[in-house]
Design a protein around this ligand. Structure first.
Ligand code: VG1
Ligand code: CO
Length: 542
């Protein structure tokens, strides 16, 4: 039985960089999740008789919202809902299922690297039929719909058993509970030389993977330990928990510091990695060396041909604007195009669909390829392992070789989290007002060559996205970028991205902090960060 429920709009359901993210308590308001899901369904064309994928990262509220989504899918005319067992699907696995099962789209329930639990964060994102996050045209229409919604439809069916594999049909909807790991593991096996990686590991190569009590635990255990023969215990924090054990499932040097310390210690394994809440990010650390995500993208692009899926080379590379230009140099050497997009994976979808690029990446530890339409944490780990299995060199040597050939882009991101919105807005407005006057001026020893607010023109569909981050470019090739996060749930988060290029014959062995110190000072001078945020230091440096 289906009923129609009257509702009133919430005015705060504008999707951010990656879907709608709010505190759990916001989602727990009556009708809140229902309004958003109905608004999604109202915007989806052709849902009658279609297949919808539903899954999440297992965080607090995951199961409840999945049951709601199933009831609403039934009432909205979908014919089939494919749901991960236990409500679990990592973001890249969901993308894979949407693509391989010909679904019209999917609901991915996650707030990614944000903490989970009753007082923490939850999120809902809609992915379209190519498996990727809905483009801005869709999210704009969705937001408009949330502002006028006055009813939703929902079936009164009882809860579906999410823990038992198989199919049930209720109210015209067939709910299929699938193993969340198998299809994904098979996809990975089709891309990489598992025999070579198995051989590397059997030869004594040691690795450590920190699943951070998030969704990748079961995936990493199946792939790394069972299929590739890594020792039991290779995957640490492998059980997904609704509150991620009270930690931020954010794979960076702050939140994955135990892994970092292990990798810097005397008995460090050869290779360390971690992923985030929903499994789309990756952290790569070799013995004694952290690989910045921007460098990782460049190394993966330069060496992708060593893995079977990319043996014929790559069509092109795309990176988000704040990501360092390390990948640009690789694209140049490979003679393939390099695309610079706004932050967020949704901008890569069109380029991947059009076959213009094969590999994409972001400085925020996201890397992926045309195998799905999301960034993919384990994919990056496996491509690294495939490269290491062929090159048989330590990570540190691979990095040294890379810099010796392409030069080194020293890089850091400074995050000021949960600052007052008004102050953050004032900082950005003040920079915007001065953009035209900055070129030609000097800040410390640095001369500004260009300053703008990044706008992206998508060559495949002609769409334009403006105000995507303030760039201040210096005459020596260095760069500072300022933007506000679109994934936070409290106040504003200011991100300051700092980059300096050192050519191949320059000093490639500096400490990042030393190499960037003049630029960090310049960022303060030009933007008055302390005054606007009331902070003396960033909360997180990655
Ligand atoms: C952040 C990252 C961005 C990433 C996004 C979603 O966005 O900077 O690169 O695509 O998170 O990643 P923002 O707007 O907060 O800077 V995830 O793993 O949270 O889905
Ligand atoms: Co994520």
């Amino acid at each position: 039985m289906t009923s129609t429920v009257e509702t009133k709009p919430f005015t705060d359901q504008k999707p951010g960089t990656s879907g709608l993210r709010k505190k759990v308590r916001v989602f727990q308001q009556p009708h809140y999740a229902e309004n958003f899901i109905q608004s999604v369904f109202d915007v989806v064309e052709g849902k009658d008789g279609a297949t919808l994928v539903i899954g999440g990262d297992g965080r607090y509220l995951n199961r409840e919202v999945i049951q709601t989504a199933i009831r609403m899918a039934a009432a909205n005319g979908f014919a089939r809902a494919i749901v991960g067992q236990g409500g679990i699907l990592s973001t890249p696995a969901a993308s894979n299922v949407i693509r391989t099962r010909g679904a019209i789209g999917g609901l991915v329930l996650s707030a990614s690297h944000n903490p989970g639990g009753p007082d923490e964060d939850f999120g809902i994102k809609y992915n379209v039929s190519n498996g990727g996050p809905a483009p801005e045209s869709f999210t704009d229409a969705l937001y408009a719909r949330t502002l006028e919604i006055d009813r939703y439809v929902i079936s009164d069916m009882t809860d579906i058993d999410l823990d038992t594999l198989g199919e049930t049909t209720v109210d015209g909807l067939t709910v299929e509970v699938i193993d969340p790991v198998t299809a994904y593991a098979e996809c990975m096996e089709g891309l990489f030389d598992f025999a070579a990686i198995r051989d590397l590991i059997a030869g004594g190569f040691r690795l450590s993977f920190d699943a951070m009590h998030a969704v990748t635990g079961p995936y990493a255990t199946e792939i790394l330990e069972r299929r590739l023969g890594a020792a039991p215990g290779t995957v640490v924090n492998g059980a997904p928990l609704p509150d991620f054990g009270g930690h931020h499932p954010d794979p960076n040097l702050v939140h994955a510091h135990e892994l970092y310390e292990r990798m810097m210690g005397d008995d460090a394994p050869d290779f360390g990695a971690a992923s985030d809440g929903d499994g789309d990010r990756n952290l790569i650390i070799g013995r004694g060396i952290f690989v910045t995500p921007s460098d990782s993208l460049a190394v993966l692009a330069a060496n992708a041909h060593l893995a079977p899926a990319y043996k014929d080379g790559i069509a092109g590379i795309a990176r988000s604007m704040p990501t360092s230009a390390a990948a640009d140099r690789v694209a140049q050497a490979l003679d393939v195009p390099l695309y610079e997009t706004p932050t967020g994976w949704k901008f890569f979808g069109n380029l991947l669909d059009a076959g213009l690029v094969t590999i994409c990446g972001e400085e925020s530890a996201g890397t992926g390829s045309n195998h799905v339409r999301e960034k993919d944490g384990l994919w990056a780990v496996l491509l690294w392992l495939n490269i290491l299995a062929v090159r048989r060199q330590p990570v540190a040597e691979i990095m040294a070789d890379h810099w010796a050939r392409y030069g080194r882009n020293y890089y850091a991101r400074h995050d000021y989290e949960g600052v007052e919105q008004a102050g953050a807005d004032a900082l950005m407005t003040s920079l915007r007002e001065r953009l035209v006057t900055l070129p030609g001026t000097t800040i410390g020893d640095l001369t500004v060559s260009e300053a703008d607010d990044f706008a992206y023109h998508d060559s495949t569909d002609g769409s334009v996205s403006r105000k995507q981050g303030i760039r201040i470019l210096f005459a020596d090739g260095s760069r500072i970028v300022f933007r506000l996060s679109g994934t936070g749930t409290q106040g504003a988060t200011l991100r300051v991205y700092i980059e300096r290029y050192e050519p191949a014959d320059g000093d490639l062995a500096q400490q990042t902090g030393d190499a960037l110190a003049p630029l960090v000072a310049a960022a303060e001078t030009v933007a008055s960060i302390k005054q606007h945020t009331g902070r003396n230091e960033p909360d997180v440096v990655t």
